[in-house]
Design a protein around this ligand. Structure first.
Ligand SMILES: Cc1cc2nc3c(=O)[nH]c(=O)nc-3n(C[C@H](O)[C@H](O)[C@H](O)COP(=O)(O)OP(=O)(O)OC[C@H]3O[C@@H](n4cnc5c(N)ncnc54)[C@H](O)[C@@H]3O)c2cc1C
Ligand code: FES
Ligand code: FES
Length: 493
């Protein structure tokens, strides 16, 4: 393990690339195209929507025996986040003696590329899928491609190519023992660096002459110490939102703190009553975590962005970002999630429903950050349901997402918790609508009572994605969708 400051180091095809003097907000895409001249990776939208820029970023697995690669929108990732990681671009797929990866060969034989602009991104998404799901179903393939747009082919030949390539699983792996060796060499220490006086020193990955910097602490102690000293610093987790701000609004924060290497934040604890999810855990992992016990939450996450977004974006980033149409929050509020908010050495726990104070405003104090999120697990007789309504099935933002948790006490709904996004300045519980449902048999719930409570709960406003009339109708119909299946379980009065 070595410490090298002011240098971004990553493994690329059996070599360590050392970058000095780049800006802290240079994107991986721009560095690849403009500095390394790896122009196979394309820029389509620069906002995470088209997938033309997908590359693979890998980290050592739990026992350092292999590298786990995830698909990443290189247009949104900041170059310094690559420090200590392995990168694979479409050019990485041709090696001595191997001109093309089987996915590329199949793309050719199935006529899956026409103008070719989308092809490198599509190949990289499929190559990553083949690493984790070497025998994919058609659904696995369409899920893997949900963040890749192709204007020419109509997708069928691409899906055919993926199926054909995966008929022979033996040659799909992109593991390279040299990359594993290099990652061990460039791994940063996971113990804080201390001064002679015993104070924590957080080494910069990038520092400018003006003193602006990008840091990537390895421990919670370093992160909280740095934020106490630089309370205005910008936290970066998955960068799906920050990358947009950099590309579209030309935001250039003076101090950037990346939390992707903070080991304590990457963990999930499974407890009898809840899961405790660290702020660095990606949405893809949360989607798998909840699949069995909270399938509707998992389904909302399956429709969250696309694999490159979900593999990088975090639950904490979604919450901290605080979009009125953020998708995880209605589910978490209905479940009763708590947030662990860390400031220095202290952590306070607050309910997620008390976190927001206005549009994209929250109760975080300067220097404070989300350390973990709890996701409550259901007890016997408790039910949870959620549904996201959007124009497209995936890679689209909600018109409304609603979630409900309740107990079925005999034939009545009790302990009802209901939350929405899209209806108010921030995702929130709908307590007046909860009251309409509380203590009532599902079949006795009146739509007129629901409509009245909806009108009393929210200030009508039309949005770009949906009119108020549509959203109000959804708010009612989603409740009916959640409770109607219970009619079959509860006998009529
Ligand atoms: C193509 C695309 C599709 C998307 N689809 C969806 C969607 O379907 N549903 C949806 O809800 N959102 C969607 N988003 C929005 C975004 O991806 C999410 O809000 C995501 O969860 C943000 O997480 P992140 O880790 O990438 O955050 P980042 O971009 O790293 O950070 C976002 C904000 O949170 C702050 N932050 C991050 N971590 C912490 C922490 N631990 N403590 C305090 N502050 C923190 C950052 O400083 C920043 O202000 C999409 C975005 C894109 C680009
Ligand atoms: S360029 Fe479109 S997703 Fe990156
Ligand atoms: S082949 Fe032209 S966009 Fe896909």
């Amino acid at each position: 393990m070595t410490e090298v400051t002011n240098t971004v180091r990553f493994a690329l095809d059996g070599q360590v690339v050392e970058v000095k003097g780049e800006r802290r907000t240079t994107t991986v895409l721009n560095y690849l195209r403009e500095e390394l001249r790896r122009t196979g990776t394309k820029e389509g939208c620069a906002e995470g929507d088209c997938g033309a820029c997908v590359v693979l970023v890998g980290e050592l697995n739990h026992d350092a025996s292999a590298i786990d690669y995830v698909p990443v929108n290189s247009c949104l990732q900041l170059l310094p986040t690559l420090d200590g990681k392995s990168l694979k671009t479409v050019e990485s797929l041709s090696r001595p003696g191997v001109a093309q990866h089987p996915i590329q060969e199949a793309m050719v034989t199935c006529h899956a590329s026409q103008c070719g602009f989308c092809t490198p991104g599509i190949v990289m998404s499929l190559v990553q899928m083949a690493q984790v799901t070497p025998e994919p179903t058609r659904q696995d393939i369409t899920d893997a491609l949900s963040g890749n747009l192709c204007r020419c082919t109509g997708y069928k030949p691409i899906i055919d190519a993926a199926q054909k390539a995966c008929e022979n699983t033996a040659s799909l792996s992109i593991q390279d023992p040299m990359d594993i060796k290099l990652l061990k060499q460039i791994k940063r220490s996971d113990h804080p660096t201390l001064s002679l006086e015993g104070d924590i020193i957080v080494q910069p990955v990038v520092r400018t002459r003006k003193g602006n910097e990008f840091v990537s602490p390895g421990t919670l102690a370093e992160l909280s110490h740095y934020l106490l000293e630089h309370p205005q610093a910008t936290l970066v987790a998955g960068s799906s939102e920050i990358g947009l701000q950099v590309n579209k609004d030309f935001v250039r924060p003076d101090h950037i703190v990346y939390i992707g290497h903070v080991k304590e934040l990457q963990t999930i604890q499974t407890l009898p009553s809840h899961w405790r999810v660290g702020a660095g855990v990606g949405l893809q992992e949360v989607m798998h975590l909840c699949a069995k016990e909270l399938p509707d939450f998992s389904e909302v996450l399956r429709r969250f962005g696309s694999p490159p977004i979900r593999y990088t974006a975090t639950l904490a980033g979604n919450i901290a970002n605080g979009s009125p149409i953020g998708d995880s929050m209605p589910c978490l509020m209905a479940l009763g999630s708590q947030l662990g908010l860390r400031h220095g050495k202290k952590t306070r726990e607050v309910a997620l429903e008390d976190f927001y104070t206005g549009i994209k405003k929250n109760i975080l104090q300067p220097g404070e950050f989300i350390e973990y999120i709890t996701i409550p697990r259901l007890k016997a007789n408790e039910r949870f349901a959620a549904h996201k309504v959007s124009k497209r099935f995936e890679q689209d933002i909600s018109a409304t997402c609603a979630a409900i948790r309740f107990t079925l006490s005999g034939d009545k709904l009790t302990h009802v918790r209901l939350a929405y996004n899209g209806l108010s300045p921030y995702p929130a519980r709908a307590k007046k609508i909860e009251k309409v449902l509380e203590g009532v048999r599902p079949s006795d719930v009146k739509t007129s009572d629901l409509d009245q409570a909806i009108a009393q709960s929210f200030t009508p406003r039309d949005g770009l994605r949906a009119t108020w009339a549509y959203r109000a109708l959804l708010a009612r119909n989603l409740v009916l969708k959640f409770i109607h299946p219970l009619d079959l379980e509860v006998s009529p009065s």
